[in-house]
Design a protein around this ligand. Structure first.
Ligand code: SAH
Length: 350
């Protein structure tokens, strides 16, 4: 018997094709899409504006997946970390960050990561596998299910969890298409951000295929020498090439590239670094996200001092750069940047 098609792996045009391939009317795709993404339907039974016969046939060839929530940890600042069971013994983490009623969800794109950035916890686990499109959108949907219970919605999605989204573009692109589809999750494309360590050809592909999505680039160093050391991807795509790709990324109107900069105490947090950073990004519409390093076991880097953070921040602000220094939200539950590890505690599996 053939395996059933998980409809959550399909964009709207792909769903139309799927239906057409089964000799069904294409316009049903819109209805089904709405049931799945707007009404959270988990079965075909619920789709009451579709004929009983079609529902029955669909149930034979297709299914609608969801993720099992294995654990939720709530931080003192309201941040919630979700551990999702992927059904094959693996797990991923996602984080809900409620900032003044504007719920932001930070989602994962892979189990583990192949990029091996020296300071990142996920990188130490190597890549186990890519997440499917369904698994990517299901993280948002599972969390949305929860926030909707208190009458809220999810406003922003950032792909800054586990994994390198541009290393899994074949699944990430359809997932973003589902997120921004008017019949899908209905997120505005200006509220979806893809964060990359700097895979240049994939940045170009993303820009071609979804030109309006926000781009965040984890710069983290201002010289090739240091970046080569802490982010191996730089040996393939050095700063010059990376910044050229940022400059050419098709952002609409007045939107800016976000440069993330993890501040590592005594390594990249000097004023010289701030000066070089400014020089590097000054001809790209930019904003800067300073992220004080979150310390974790087995990693020797240290968090920067508050004085170093303040001086770096002020240097940029004084030169009219938009800077946000991230408070380490979710720090007490290890849900802060770079702390996700997605370990499924075998004891907790029923
Ligand atoms: N692979 C993507 C997205 C995941 S990492 C990327 O590289 O952008 C998301 C952000 O967390 C990146 O900016 C990364 O540099 C940062 N990060 C990783 N480990 C961290 C740590 N221990 N402390 C603070 N930020 C960290």
């Amino acid at each position: 018997m053939n395996e059933k098609t998980d409809l959550k792996n399909l964009t709207l045009p792909a769903l139309e094709q799927f239906l057409q391939g089964q000799g069904k009317e294409r316009f049903r795709a819109n209805q089904i899409f709405k049931w799945i993404y707007q009404h959270d339907a988990g079965t075909f039974e619920e789709m009451t504006n579709i004929s009983k016969d079609l529902r029955k046939e669909l149930a034979e060839t297709a299914c609608i997946s969801n993720l099992k929530t294995e654990a939720i940890e709530v931080g003192s600042d309201g941040t919630r970390k979700y551990l999702f069971n992927l059904g094959d013994g693996l797990a991923v983490e996602s984080v809900l960050i409620p900032i003044e009623g504007r719920n932001t969800v930070c989602i994962s794109s892979q189990v583990g990561c192949a990029m091996a950035c020296e300071f990142c916890l996920t990188g130490t686990f190597k890549l186990t596998r890519n997440l499917t499109t369904a698994e990517i959108v299901n993280q948002i949907m599972a969390i949305r299910h929860d926030v909707r219970e208190s009458g809220e919605e999810i406003r922003n999605v950032v792909m800054m969890g586990m994994g390198e989204p541009l290393h899994n573009l074949d699944n990430v692109i359809p997932a973003i298409q589902i997120m921004i589809d008017g019949n899908g999750l209905q997120l505005s494309n200006r509220r979806v951000t893809v964060s990359t360590c700097g895979l240049v050809p994939e940045m170009e592909r993303l820009g071609r295929e979804i030109p309006n999505v926000n781009l965040a680039v984890s710069l983290n160093a201002t010289t090739d020498e240091l970046r080569d050391r802490i982010m191996p991807v730089n040996r393939r795509y050095p700063l010059k090439e990376l910044l050229k790709a940022c400059k050419e990324f098709p952002l609409p109107g007045r939107r800016k590239v976000t440069f993330e900069y993890v501040m590592l105490g005594g390594i990249n947090d000097s004023l010289e670094d701030a000066k070089r950073l400014l020089r590097l990004i000054s001809d790209i519409p930019n904003k800067v996200n300073l992220i004080p390093f979150n310390e974790h076991e087995g990693c020797d880097f240290k968090a920067p001092t508050q004085a170093a953070i303040d001086a770096f921040h002020s240097y940029l602000i004084d030169r009219h750069v938009t800077v946000i220094t991230r408070d380490s939200r979710g720090g007490d539950i290890s849900a802060a940047c770079g702390q996700l590890k997605g370990r499924l505690d075998t004891k907790s599996i029923a």
